[in-house]
Ligand binder design. Sequence first.
Ligand code: C2E
Ligand code: MG
Ligand code: MG
Ligand code: MG
Length: 277
Amino acid sequence: AVKERGRKGYSFFHHEMEERSLERSLLENELQKAIHLEQFHIDYQPKVDLATGQLTGMEALVRWIHPELGRIAPNKFIPIAEETGLIIPLGEWVLRKGCAQNKVWQNQGYPPLKLSVNLSARQFYQADLLDQIRDILDETGLEPQWLELEVTESIFADIDDAAVILQKIRNLGVNMSIDDFGTGYSSFSYIKHLPIDTLKIDASFIRDIHQNKESHAIVRAILSLAQTLNLNVIAEGVESTEQVAVLSEGGCHQAQGYLFSKPISSEHFEKMLQNTT
Ligand code: C2E
Ligand code: MG
Ligand code: MG
Ligand code: MG
């Protein structure tokens, strides 16, 4: 009986693995085509000033709607795009499209807003990143202070290399933010050597900040670090007024999350601009 169960367990596991790699190669294949077929679009999620409630910027978040498979979550396809290198053309597309859209809104007369675009490690270390950013700013006419790039702590595996690239990007006048901050390293001390502008506190600490002492303490530590190093700080994944109360009290003045708005289409975002400005 034991043997029987063992074998069943094995074949079930085996079957699941096969299915997973099948799904993976399917997505890989479809992802390759999706770039040419323009199956992607960008949603924009507002960032707000907690004191005034005012819009301070927005994050570009890529969306993939496959004609047969439907909506596929970034957490599913971005890792595949990173492993296969498809993130390079996809990331360039998001950057170009986002910058062009931001410039269109400025040209329409809305108050200028800072656009954040996520940059994966693979993009960060690509040889022609600097040229690519410069060309896109040139082409779209967007001034660099209205662009911010979000990178995760994963790029700091080689901290010296990372610092050199960060400095070059900032020399262009583009802002740099560390996304999902607090999840990557056990020590924050590496931060003081890096040319960055903003820390974005990971949503996992915000989720239970009003109930969990540890999360609260970590957020307070990040806020005090940001203050000491004179960095901007923003909380991501804010969903409740209880969380806002704790954040405001702790000196965090910027947030992004479902409480204010989910990521929305460019059309919807533009309607919001019309109504709030
Ligand atoms: P991220 O950069 O940390 O983006 C924040 C994620 O949290 C987004 O998920 C957003 O929709 C979600 N979110 C925002 N507010 C809330 C909230 O209040 N509650 C909850 N539960 N979630 C909230 P999304 O759009 O699914 O993206 C997931 C991740 O995929 C992003 O995490 C980012 O790492 C990656 N990603 C998305 N777009 C791009 C892109 O254009 N390029 C690259 N390289 N990565 C991207
Ligand atoms: Mg981000
Ligand atoms: Mg994040
Ligand atoms: Mg994240």
